[in-house]
Design a protein around this ligand. Structure first.
Ligand code: SAH
Length: 352
């Protein structure tokens, strides 16, 4: 028998077609969809309003792809939780829950590993293992909701992986998570962060989603950007900014620019001025992130004073700017570090 079909990645229309193929009534699809995306069950067993025969039949044809909880780190400071999940095939991924007054935000991974090679990032150190399916993207959120017994209101696609390197599954995920028949999370509460793959920014713009697009800029000129992010050899800052303008024109959504401040690399006031000149007049917002040092690289976080000066200079130039609040400082390895530690641990276990 071939691979079982991934039933949680289907939208309601596709699921209805599947049921018709099995000579089942159309309303079965709504029932199953509800079990998967509202009740968030992980087995056909639990779908108690279906006959035993149908449940058995479904189990033969389909699988309910899930992520399996391996570990949780909980911050004593602000309740931030880092989750380590295992996915089919044995890869591990991480997701982060951040608790705010306005609700629960979850940062999910879009790939196991990453192949973008950004110099300061831990997620890319071991390359890409595989893309995650739409069902695995959903499951990170569903499992966290079950774990805390509360709903998640905001989603950020900012964990390990490059969302645009897994475009189809990510688009499918956005449609499913914002579907009113499912988890019904508003697209306005979803943020997608990319290293700047220009053709995909344009493709996303054409879908007219209401999500926020965040661009990992991290530099104010192509030379500096190339020294930090290999993708800068493919697309220039000018091309990225043009695509962002198109995104705004088509969606009306303000762009976020992420700028990780690395001491001595990109954090002078001259660079703040150059950044201001680049994005002047755009409907945008800059999010400054003091770089989170990883032990495999020598990058150093900009000092408090440099961060403040960079911020004030942007403000003086009339650019909207915030410094990202550091959540879960006590458990705060940089993105991908928990996963890397877990992978190392597993390898060591295997080696003995
Ligand atoms: N691939 C996507 C999303 C994942 S990374 C992207 O590039 O945007 C999410 C954000 O964290 C990006 O802005 C990334 O550049 C940044 N980041 C990664 N490692 C970091 C580190 N060690 N310190 C600070 N920011 C980091």
């Amino acid at each position: 028998m071939g691979e079982k079909q991934d039933i949680k990645s289907y939208n309601l229309t596709e699921l209805t077609e599947q049921m018709e193929k099995l000579n089942e009534k159309g309303f079965r699809a709504s029932q199953i969809y509800r079990w998967l995306h509202k009740e968030k069950v992980t087995s056909f067993e639990e779908m108690t309003n279906l006959s035993k025969e149908l449940r058995q039949k479904l189990d033969e044809i389909y699988e309910i792809r899930n992520v399996k909880l391996v570990d949780i780190l909980i911050s004593d400071l602000d309740g931030t939780r880092k989750y380590l999940f295992e996915v089919k095939g044995g890869s591990v991924i991480e997701s982060v829950l951040m608790r705010y007054h306005h609700g629960n935000a979850v940062c999910i991974s879009t790939q196991a590993g990453c192949r973008m090679g950004c110099k300061f990032c831990a997620s890319t150190l071991n390359g890409l293992e595989r893309n995650l399916t739409a069902s695995e993207l959903l499951s990170q959120i569903y499992e966290i909701e079950k774990n805390i017994g509360e709903k998640v209101s905001n989603v950020v696609l900012m964990g390990s992986g490059e969302p645009f390197d897994n475009f189809e599954n990510v688009v499918r995920f956005i449609r499913l998570i914002s579907d009113e028949n499912g988890a019904n999370i508003s697209q306005r509460n979803i943020t997608l962060s990319t290293c700047g793959i220009v053709p995909k920014i344009k493709e996303l713009a054409d879908l007219h989603f209401q999500i926020t697009l965040a661009i990992s800029l991290h530099a104010s000129d192509d030379k500096t950007r190339k020294s930090l992010m290999p993708i800068a050899y493919r697309y220039s800052i000018d091309e990225i900014l043009d695509a962002c303008k198109e995104y705004f024109a088509k969606t009306g959504r303000r762009i976020t620019f992420e700028y990780s401040l690395v001491a001595g690399e990109n954090d002078t006031v001259m660079e703040a001025d150059r950044l201001s000149a680049l994005i002047k007049g755009m409907n945008c917002h800059v999010n400054l992130i003091p770089v989170n040092p990883i032990k495999e690289r020598n990058y150093v976080q900009s000092g408090k004073k440099a961060v403040e000066q960079f911020k004030s200079r942007l403000e003086k130039n009339n650019i909207n700017v915030t410094i990202r609040r550091e959540m879960g400082r006590d458990i705060n390895g940089a993105c991908g570090q928990l996963r890397n530690e877990a992978m190392k641990g597993r390898k060591e276990k295997r080696d003995v």
